[in-house]
Write a protein that binds this ligand. Structure first.
Ligand code: HPA
Length: 272
C-alpha cells in the first residue's frame, strides 16, 4: 500500500473517534507523558488500534493518543513517540506527524529529554529549541516525494517558529520559570555519547543532544506545520568528567523538570 493511503486510513480511523479537529498537536518525550493527565474530557486511542501504526517499545513511552481540552483549545497528544533506534524506518517514525497534519492540524509542539552540552545549562533545565542539527545520517524525506504532502526541497530557514519561541519565552517569564534557549542535535542512539563525540558536538554548535524530534520536525516543516520545540535537560553531557548515564536517571530527571514543562506548554497552548 502506498504511503498516502496509509496516512489517510490512519486519519480516517482517528476521525471516526472524534467529532472535531484538534487545534494543536503535542509530542511527549521520555518521562514527559504525564502532561497528558492535564488534558480534560479525554478520548484515548491506542496506537495498536490505528491502522499502520507501530507500537512504541521504550519504557516511559506509553503508545497512545490522548485527545481533549486544555483550556478552550482542543489538543491531541502523542503519549509515546517512535524512535529510529527502535528499528522503525523514518517513514514509520514520522507517520504520526503526517496523520496529525492530515487531520487538519498545523500547530505542533515537540518535547524531548536531552543531554546538556552548553556549560551554562544544568540538569533539570528546560531549553526552548531555536534550531536543530540533523546528525542522524538519514532523512525522513528521502524517497518519492508526494507533492500532496509538501515540496521536494522544503525550506528549513525557520524550522522552529519565531512567534512560538516568543510565546514560550513570554509564558516562562509570566510563570517565573527560568528557561534556556539553544540548538538541539539528534543522533540515532541508542547508546549515549562518548566524551570524544560530545566534544565534537559542542564544536559543531549544539547546546543539547538527543535521539528524537528532528525527524518529526523535518516532516512537520515539509507539511507546512508551525513548530515549537522544548527540551528537558535531563543530564549534563559534558565530555570532561562525564559520569555513567542510564535511561532511569534520564526519566527521573525528566520527572522533576516535568512540572515546569507542563506549566509552560499549557500556557503556550492557551495563547496559540
Ligand atoms: N544523550 C543523548 N540523548 C539523551 C541524553 C544524552 O545525554 N539525555 C537524554 N537523552
Amino acid at each position: 500500500m502506498d504511503y498516502l493511503s496509509m496516512i489517510n486510513e490512519a486519519r480516517d480511523f482517528i476521525k471516526s473517534r472524534i467529532n472535531f479537529t484538534p487545534d494543536v498537536a503535542v509530542i511527549l518525550g521520555s518521562g514527559l507523558g504525564t502532561l497528558a493527565d492535564h488534558i480534560e474530557n479525554q478520548i484515548v486511542i491506542k496506537y495498536s488500534e490505528i491502522p499502520h501504526f507501530p507500537i512504541s517499545t521504550v519504557a516511559g513511552h506509553a503508545g497512545e493518543f490522548i485527545i481533549g481540552n486544555i483550556g478552550d483549545k482542543k489538543v491531541i497528544a502523542m503519549k509515546g513517540r517512535l524512535h529510529y533506534y527502535e528499528g522503525y524506518n523514518m517513514k514509520k517514525v514520522t507517520l504520526p506527524v503526517r496523520v496529525m497534519k492530515a487531520l487538519g492540524i498545523d500547530k505542533l509542539i515537540v518535547t524531548n529529554a536531552a543531554g546538556g552540552l552548553n556549560v551554562n545549562f544544568k540538569a533539570g533545565d528546560l531549553m526552548i529549541m531555536t534550531d536543530h542539527i540533523n546528525f542522524l545520517g538519514t532523512n525522513p524525506l528521502i524517497g518519492h516525494n508526494y507533492k500532496e504532502l509538501g515540496p521536494r526541497f522544503p525550506d528549513m530557514s525557520e524550522a522552529y517558529n519565531k512567534e512560538y519561541i516568543k510565546l514560550a519565552l513570554d509564558a516562562a517569564v509570566k510563570l517565573g520559570i527560568n528557561v534556556q534557549k539553544g540548538v538541539y542535535l539528534a543522533l540515532t542512539g541508542p547508546n549515549y555519547e562518548t566524551p570524544a563525540e560530545l566534544r565534537m558536538l559542542t564544536i559543531m554548535g549544539a547546546d543539547a543532544v538527543g535521539m528524537s524530534t528532528v525527524p518529526e520536525v523535518i516532516v512537520a516543516n515539509h507539511g507546512g506545520m508551525k513548530v515549537l520545540g522544548i527540551s528537558c535537560i535531563t543530564d549534563m553531557a559534558l565530555p570532561d568528567g562525564l559520569e555513567p548515564l542510564d535511561h532511569e536517571r534520564v526519566v527521573a530527571t525528566a520527572d522533576n523538570a516535568r512540572g515546569k514543562l507542563v506549566s509552560i506548554v499549557k500556557e503556550v497552548i492557551k495563547s496559540m
